[in-house]
Write a protein of this length. Sequence first.
Length: 449
Amino acid sequence: MNTYDVAIIGAGAGGLNAAFEAVQLHKKVVLIDQFKPGGECTWSGCIPSKALIQIAKDVKNAQKFGSIHIESKQILEKVRHLIETAHQGEAVEVLEDAGITYVQGSASFKDANTLMVNDDDITADKIVISTGSSALVPPINGLENVNYLTNETVFLLEELPKELIVLGGGAIGVELSQAMQRLGVQVKVVEMAETILPREEKDMAQAVQSILQREGVAFYTSAKAVKVKEDEKGITLTFEQHGQEKDITAENMLVALGRKPNTAGLNLDQIGVTYHAKGIEVNEYYETSVPNVYAVGDVVGPFLFSHTGGLQGKHAMRNAFSGTKKVINFDHVAWCTFTEPELARSGMTEAEAREKYHDRIAVYTMNYSDVDRAVVDEKTDGMAKVICDDEGLILGASILGERACEMLCELQILKSQNIPFYKLQEAIHPYPGYSELLLMMSTEAYNHQ
């Protein structure tokens, strides 16, 4: 029997960060996963999608200077090569050098301190569940008979299809839609909500949709999938829109309708871990209903991001072993949709802020077209919005535009450290830079004090 201080199931962002943190706390650690380390983000999420997005961006830029012949087989091979390159930072050898034992196999609970892995027992004082999430496939009539794609299979294609239906207008669907369209695929996006990216500021989501429409992506919003079939013509999706049924056909279809937690096969019922359709229940310290069993990442939520899963993994280990317990304040969570331009977001939307604070807020907006650097770079598509309370503290911010993800980080420091937005105007910013956008907005906030 193999005995450890902590056993971690799942080697994605949550599990990897938990493992490295536990080693730093001088614990004996085993990390278990069915596949190679990295999880969904490395193999079918963040890394491959960003690789494809960057290649598509390079192609679009090159097309300014002449016609470009696109070999999608070579592009997908390049994406897979980049995945392997990125994976080297979390390869088994790296983990073992850090003092982490890596076991490849499926794990299930025998009891609260014992896991069965590859017919062997592994025991640990603490066990962390970090099994992530997988593509949610809803019960659409006929879908079970269709050879559709998800983010877990699309990067395994040998070549890109000529036409693609993307079912779902969230971040995954929208990012891949733009990249595919730029690489010569005719994309049709079907979204049940009124706009794509329904969690974002409505005007910014509509702006993203307009930009992608200019690039050739077709959108069907307020459209509910009814049935799907596949024949020699391809895949036909029937959806209901404004009381009428419509059909669209394409060579393939990508299902991007959200995620579901990976809880099957763990034997959670046997040891009494409480879970439901949205994931495993934990307290603010990431402890499950079984005192020595923790859970982090997508299998817990509420945010399904690598950076939040990683943070949860670190905190779980500190809470378990350091003697002091701390709670993560997710009021300051941030994320980015990596379209071009990017759409980055932290905190509340304007609608959410008005619902809670009514008129006790100030909203500052500015367009990229007002920024000299954006003008000379011809990157004037975009806008920024910062929402403050009556003390000038940031309640929420959204940036649509060039380098939005990095620009949001400056606001994140202010927001998470409770520094009023208007204080930003005291910091000297280099010119000409995109951050001038934030500087000018903070000056306006200062003038309104």
